[in-house]
Design a protein around this ligand. Structure first.
Ligand SMILES: [Zn+2]
Ligand SMILES: [Zn+2]
Length: 396
């Protein structure tokens, strides 16, 4: 075992405690005050220069290497936010706040980045600067974009950026990555069809939005099945469909549907947005209704840069062996790390955390109430980042 392995192992044992404390105190969407204060307390304790309040609860920190002649900087990013889910993992360190849960493992990403910070501050075995970015509001809050808008790149400049997500679909001990699109662009939409309510026994005096909403749900499916190149991926999911007050004999005046659109290619995204509007208008016209469509682009696709992906692969291979670094099949989940990749080259890694026991909380999908981050991957993930930092900013 190398000195680095030993040091990271020692730090990671402590990081497990931090992770569990973060897990017990989940907050969402720019309200991550607990995590933000926790991170700053640790950084202060270790004498690491940092700034709090970039994108409200975001924190960025800077560590200078033993030498700083290269003029180069590399950034590592962790997200710090939780989800609106009530935890049922049964873990002793479960959320203390009903309705909030670290159900995506960002508590683990935060603990990993803190472990890296502690390691790098003690060793500083690199030539240049390492920037550590603790980003809020990854889950639909555009935290990455807000940090960039608030001057992250000017205050904590970097040439490359790397991040990771724990991956319950992959066994612990394996990594996976692909060059190019890895995670989808994420959009949300809300459509309201409005007619005229009335007596359910006399529908001819009303303009009923319910059959139109039913029609529109089906019509929107053809956006993917009939209008998108089968080899270019897209998803339309209508996740809510609401009309009526519960009465069996009243026709409501409107129906609302909302959901998410996902895609990799910009032209597919443009097509979905434009055609959704046309389809909603067409159906509304057909049923004598008016309609409004609100379409919001939440996150861009996470597109790994080919060269950075190569660096990520070789650093990962040094940690877990080449055979354990797999080719990742892109997935239609979203991740706003992609926002950083629009500004600087970099790569996002999937780090497996599943255990052989399929009932283990570490083997459950993210965003389910049964999930929990696997602390056993903290040393591996921190070593991967450390390896990258020392390779990309070599001291000799
Ligand atoms: Zn998530
Ligand atoms: Zn996540």
């Amino acid at each position: 075992m190398t000195i680095r392995d030993q040091l990271i192992r020692t730090i990671s044992a402590e990081a497990t405690e931090w992770r569990r404390e973060l897990h017990q105190n989940p907050q969402t969407m720019y309200e991550e005050e607990f995590a933000s204060a926790f991170i700053c307390r640790k950084l202060t304790e270790w004498g690491i220069a940092h700034e709090r309040g970039i994108a409200k609860t975001g924190v960025a920190a800077s560590i200078e290497g033993r030498r700083n002649h290269s003029g180069r900087a590399i950034a590592f990013r962790a997200d710090i936010d939780a989800l609106d889910v009530t935890e049922q993992s049964g873990q002793p360190w479960s959320s203390r706040t009903p309705g909030k849960m670290h159900g995506c493992g960002h508590d683990g990403h935060t603990a990993t980045l803190l472990a890296l910070a502690h390691y790098l501050q003690q060793t500083r075995n690199f030539d240049g600067v390492v920037q550590l970015i603790f980003q809020p509001a990854e889950e639909g809050g555009r935290g990455a974009f807000r940090m960039l808008e608030e001057g992250l790149l000017e205050r904590f400049p970097f040439d490359e950026i790397y991040g990771y997500h724990n991956w319950p679909m992959l066994a612990r001990g394996t990594f996976a990555i692909c060059a190019g699109p890895m995670l989808a662009a994420v959009d949300s939409f809300a459509i309201e069809l409005t007619g005229k309510g009335g007596h359910a026994g006399m529908p001819h005096y009303t303009r009923d939005a319910v059959p139109a909403a039913a029609q529109l749900v089906l019509t929107l499916q053809t956006l993917v099945s009939r209008e998108t190149d089968p080899l270019a991926s897209a998803v339309i999911s209508i996740t809510n469909l609401n009309a009526g007050s519960g009465a069996f004999n009243v026709i409501d005046r409107s129906a609302k549907l909302n959901g998410t659109g996902r895609s990799f290619r910009p032209e597919v995204r443009d097509h979905i947005e434009r055609r959704m509007q046309e389809m909603a208008n067409g159906v509304a016209l057909c049923y004598r209704l008016s309609c409004t469509v609100e379409y919001a682009r939440l996150m861009d696709a996470t597109v790994n840069h080919p060269e950075s992906t190569m660096h990520a692969r070789s650093a990962a291979s040094a940690v877990v062996g080449e055979a354990n670094v797999k080719d990742l099949e892109p997935v239609m989940g979203g991740e706003d790390f992609g926002g950083f990749l629009l500004e600087r080259p970099g790569a996002f890694m999937a780090i497996g955390q599943a255990e052989a026991d399929s009932a283990s909380p570490h083997s459950q999908g993210v965003h389910t109430p049964f999930y929990d981050f696997n602390d056993a991957i903290i040393p591996t993930a921190a070593s991967y980042f450390a390896e990258l930092a020392e390779r990309r900013l070599p001291i000799d």
